[in-house]
Design a protein around this ligand. Sequence first.
Ligand code: C2O
Ligand code: CU
Length: 471
Amino acid sequence: MTNSFIDRRTFLKAGAAFAAAPFFPTVALAAPGDTVLHARQGTAKLLGPGNPETAIWGYNGVAGGPLLRFRQGEELRVRLRNGIAQGTSIHWHGIRLPNAMDGVSGLTQSAVPSGGNFDYRFKLRDAGTYWYHSHNRSWEQMARGLYGMLVVEETEPPEADQDLAFVIDDWRLDSERQIDSRSFGAMPDWAHAGRLGNWVTVNGKPGPVFEARAGERLRLRLLNAANARIFNLTFPGLSPWVIALDGQSIEPWQLKSGTLWLAPGQRADLLVDVTGKPDTTVPVRAIFPRQEIDIATIKTAPGAARRRAPLGRPKRLAANPLPGPLSLRQAVVAPLRMEGGAMGGMMGGMMGGRMHGMRGMMAQGKVWAFNGVAGPSDRPLVTVRRGQTVRIDMNNANRWPHAMHLHGAHFRVVRRNGRAIDVSPWRDTELVQADERVSIAFVADAPGKWLFHCHMLEHHAGGMSTWIEVT
Ligand code: C2O
Ligand code: CU
C-alpha cells in the first residue's frame, strides 16, 4: 500500500478535460419540517466522467454530502436515517448546541442502530462555515464519505458575486478505483500520519472547474474533510482575503504569495477577486512535500469583465456572540501530554482503567495516549463549572503533528512554546506540530460532556481522545 498519489497524471486526464460548474445538491433554506440525512450507500464519479464509479457511503448517497444552508438564528431540524450496516450518529462540527445534540456515539448518545432514526434539533446561534459528519467509527465512515458542509448565513453577508463550497477530501482508492477497505484499521496508518489518501477531490469531483467572470469576487468556503491529510494551498496569481477561520470572523488579511494551511476539520472563508483576464484559467494548488497538485481551477468566461478593479479590503464580518471574555487569571488549568505513535518511545498506558504495556495496547489498536491514558476514557480530563475559563496546556511530546478539536466551544491560542499570545483567532481545531507546546483557552458555556480529540481520525481511534465535563 503506497501513501503517495497514485498515477495522478493518468487519473487527471479525464478530470482536466471536464469543464463544468461543480454541482451540489442543496437542501433548501428553511425547508418545512425536517431535513432528512439518510446515511446510505451510493456511487460517485470520483474519477470524473467516463471513468469507473466508486461505491461510497454518503448522506443521501452524495459524495461530499448535501450542502446544508440555514440563516443565523434559525433552528436546525435534521432527521438522521441510518441505512448503513453499522451504528452511526452525526456530529455538528464547530456548532454550539445542547450536549445531547452533539452526536458523539458513546459519550452524548448511543450510536443509532442500522435501520434506526435520530432527530437533531437546535438553534444556530453563530454564522459561518461549519460541517457535519459521522461520529462513530469515523475513521471508516468518514473515509467512505459520510460528511457534508453546513453553512449558516450571516445577516449581513460580505459582498461577493458567488458563494461556493469547496469541500476537500483525499480518498484512498485501490487498483479497482474502489475505496481501499483492506487497509481500514492498518496499524502503520494509526501509528504514523493516519490514513492518507491517493486521490483528491473537491466537492466529490477531481479537479472541478469553477466558472466565473473576470473581475468577480468569489466567496470560497474551504473545508478539509480528509481523515488525516493536512492541505497547504496556494492561489497562484490571485491574492485572496481570508475573512474567517473555523467559522469565526477575523480581521481580513491578504494571502499574497503565501500559502494557507488547512488541517483536518479546519475551515477558512476566503474572498477571491478573480483578477485575471476573460477566458483564462487559474489553479487552486495544493503543495505536498514531493509534488504539487491543482485540485481545482477557476475559469473566467470570455466577454466583458464584471469589474475593472478589485473591490479592495473587505470589512470585517460581525463577530458571533461567543461566550467570553476569557478570565485567564482565574482559569482552571488542565495539562495534556500527547504521547505515542511511531518513534514516540511510549512504553504503555492506561486502557479501560488498567495499565497495559505497549504490546497489549497495540493488540487493542491503541498507540496513542493523553496523560498516559489511551482513550476513550471514562474519566474527564477536567471538570469545571459553567462560566469558568478553562486553559488546556498541550505538550505534543511525539513526532507527529495533531489537529486538536474541541467540541461545543471555540478557543483561543494563548501561549505557544512558552510565549504568550495576545491576539489570536477563535478556532475549534488547532494544528499542534511535533514538539510544540500550545495552550488554548475557552469559556465553558454549556453543561455536559465535551469531547476533545485529534481530528486525524486514526489518532483519535488510536487513543487521542478525552473530554471535558461542564457542570
Ligand atoms: Cu469533527 Cu469529534 O469531530
Ligand atoms: Cu493526531
